[in-house]
Design a protein around this ligand. Structure first.
Ligand code: ZN
Length: 256
C-alpha cells in the first residue's frame, strides 16, 4: 500500500489543496496533527482533513483551539491565531477535534503522533538525542511525527545512538526489511527503526516555502519527501483580511 503523510496544515487551504492535487495514486492519507492555527481557513482545512484522511491525530494547536489545553504555552502570535481559529469553527468541529487521539498505534509496528512519544503534544524531535528518548519508549519500527515543521528522518540500528539522515526531495529513503519479530531482552524489535517527519504542509520552517509531505510505500519499503508550490500570496492576502499577525503571513514567503 502507498500512504501519504501530511502534517501541520495550519489552516492554509491553498497549501492543502495543492498537496491534495499532487498526491496522485495513494491508498490512504495519514494526518499527523495541527490542522488549525496560524492560517486563515480553519474550517475548510478541517473539513478536507476529516473527509480525506483515514488516520488523524491531534496536535497542540488543534487542542488549543478546541479548548482542551490552555493557550499559555503558545507564543503571542500563535495564541492570537488560535483564538481566530476558535472563533471561526462551529462547536461540532471543536467536539470532533476533542475526540481525536494523541497517538495511534497501527499494524506492522507503525505509530503516529504529533510531537513525540515522550510528549505527544509539545516535544519537538529535532535532534538525535531527543529522538533516542522516543526510540527507547516503545518498540515501534516506524514512528511518524510532525510538530517541528522540519522534514527529518532518524534511523536507529540496535542499541547504538540514532542518526539523522539527509531527507531530500524526491530521493527515497530505503527502510530495509521489516522486523523479523526477534526481540531482545528489552522487547525492542531486532530491526532498523525510523522516526520520520514529513515536514509541514501549511507553514514549512526548513527554508523552503513550498508545502511538504511524504509518501510511505510499505511494499517497496521506501519513504520519499515531496514538495509542492502553492499560491502563497493568496494565503497571505486572506491572512491580512482576517487581521492575523503580519509576522505569520510574512514567514510563509521564506519557509521559516
Ligand atoms: Zn504545527
Amino acid at each position: 500500500m502507498i500512504h501519504a503523510l501530511i502534517s501541520d496544515v495550519h489552516a492554509n487551504l491553498e497549501a492543502l489543496q495543492a498537496v491534495m492535487a499532487e498526491l496522485g495514486d495513494v491508498d490512504d492519507i495519514w494526518f499527523l496533527g495541527d490542522v488549525v492555527g496560524y492560517g486563515p481557513d480553519p474550517e475548510g482545512c478541517l473539513d478536507e482533513v476529516f473527509k480525506s484522511c483515514s488516520r488523524t491525530i491531534a496536535g497542540n494547536h488543534d487542542l488549543g483551539v478546541a479548548g482542551v489545553i490552555g493557550l499559555g504555552r503558545f507564543r503571542y502570535a500563535a495564541a492570537v491565531a488560535c483564538r481566530y481559529s476558535a472563533r471561526m469553527l462551529p462547536d461540532e468541529a471543536k467536539d470532533r477535534i476533542e475526540a481525536l487521539p494523541l497517538t495511534l498505534e497501527l499494524d506492522d509496528g507503525v505509530t503516529l503522533t504529533h510531537g513525540s512519544l515522550v510528549d505527544p503534544i509539545w516535544e519537538y524531535v529535532i535532534s538525535a538525542g531527543i529522538a533516542d528518548l522516543s526510540f527507547e519508549m516503545a518498540d515501534f519500527e516506524l514512528l511518524f511525527v510532525g510538530h517541528s515543521h522540519f522534514p527529518a528522518v532518524f534511523v536507529k540500528e540496535g542499541e547504538a545512538p540514532c542518526a539523522l539522515l539527509a531527507f531530500e526531495e524526491d530521493k527515497p529513503i530505503e527502510l530495509g526489511d521489516k522486523g523479523k519479530g526477534d526481540e531482545d531482552e528489552k522487547g525492542i524489535a531486532n530491526c532498523t527503526r525510523f522516526i520520520v517527519n514529513p515536514g509541514a504542509v501549511g507553514q514549512p520552517r526548513d527554508g523552503d516555502p513550498r508545502a511538504a509531505y511524504a509518501i510511505f510505500d510499505d511494499d517497496a519499503r521506501t519513504i520519499t519527501l515531496r514538495r509542492v508550490e502553492y499560491p502563497i500570496g493568496e494565503t497571505q492576502r486572506k491572512m491580512a483580511d482576517a487581521m492575523l499577525p503580519g509576522s505569520l503571513a510574512e514567514r510563509l514567503s521564506y519557509g521559516l
